[in-house]
Design a protein around this ligand. Structure first.
Ligand SMILES: [Zn+2]
Length: 284
């Protein structure tokens, strides 16, 4: 593992060095917000019963794993961090398979290709602490971490249970932190990028609402839903932290979507992301 780690680290270090040498300079701040979409791979072999569905009720059972960088005139917000740490890649282009997760591309090189190094990221937020979202969270410990208090308390409890890999986010413990008490946070102060508290899937699940000048409003929905069919049937996964809170959070976000004529991007939805340009292209 040490050798793999070194190889993965060397790959990223080489790209970062190219960046600071001017081959890939950081982008000038754009005039309006942009979203970069990063691909982290897939989750396959899931049992639809976990989500209270029968196989034939779902168009697509498999998941994609995505992460996003929101670039605003006044800074950047990284949302989620992939399923597999970049250090697990061998550096030879081969995918990493860990259980149901297949990671096709390391995350940081995609970020660097968009023109941003992890140390330049202003804010970092997780939709929630499940391990398919925290893979590279440690890389963003220099950013200001936006987190709900109940979520953070769970993450740093003595022995947190569930779909959780504390080693992948341990560095956040000492990050500068914007601690929220089940509340929203207008990240850049102009209403265009808002972290919204949506508890239920986990104690402090969050989504991000972004107002784009051209495309309009978009909600990065994390795991508020896993399948589009959850929106139409109202079904809730079997492993929600608090199903009643999930229902309230979903109703609140559906109202936001309605009021703002917003798109809702379910982070694991294959069809949604197949239709989106991927970094270094962006959506604005
Ligand atoms: Zn997930």
């Amino acid at each position: 593992m040490a050798r793999r780690y070194w190889l993965g680290g060397a790959l990223v270090a080489a790209i970062l060095a190219a960046s600071s040498a001017g081959a890939q300079r950081s982008q000038p701040a754009p005039a309006s917000p942009r979203i970069y979409v990063f691909e982290n791979g897939t989750i396959t072999g899931l049992d639809p019963a976990l989500f209270n569905f029968r196989r034939e009720e779902l168009k697509q059972v498999d998941f994609v794993n995505m992460a996003y960088l929101i670039v605003h005139p006044r800074g950047t917000l990284m949302f989620d961090a992939g399923a597999v740490p970049d250090s697990h890649f061998k550096g030879d282009g081969s995918p990493v398979v860990e259980g149901v997760v297949t990671a096709t591309k390391p995350l940081l090189p995609q970020l660097v290709a968009a023109g941003y190094s992890p140390s330049e990221v202003t804010y970092f937020a997780l939709s929630h602490f499940h391990s398919d979202h925290t893979g590279n969270a440690n890389e963003f410990a220099q950013a200001t971490w936006i987190v709900q208090k109940e979520e953070r308390d769970y993450m740093f409890a003595d022995s947190p249970q569930g779909i959780i890999q504390p080693a992948t986010y341990a560095a956040l413990r000492n990050a500068e932190t914007k601690l929220l008490n089940n509340e929203d946070f207008d990240v850049f102060g102009d209403g265009s990028v808002v972290v919204m508290a949506t508890p239920g899937h986990t104690p402090g699940h969050q989504v991000v609402a972004v107002k784009l000048a051209n495309r309009g409003a978009v909600v990065l929905a994390g795991d508020l839903y896993h399948y589009p069919e959850e929106r139409t049937t109202g079904r809730i996964p079997t492993f929600e932290f608090d199903p009643e809170k999930s229902k309230v959070s979903r109703a609140r976000i559906e109202k936001y979507v309605e009021d703002n004529d917003a798109e809702l991007w379910i982070e694991h939805d294959v069809a949604t992301h197949a239709a989106l340009p991927k970094s270094p292209r962006y959506i604005d």
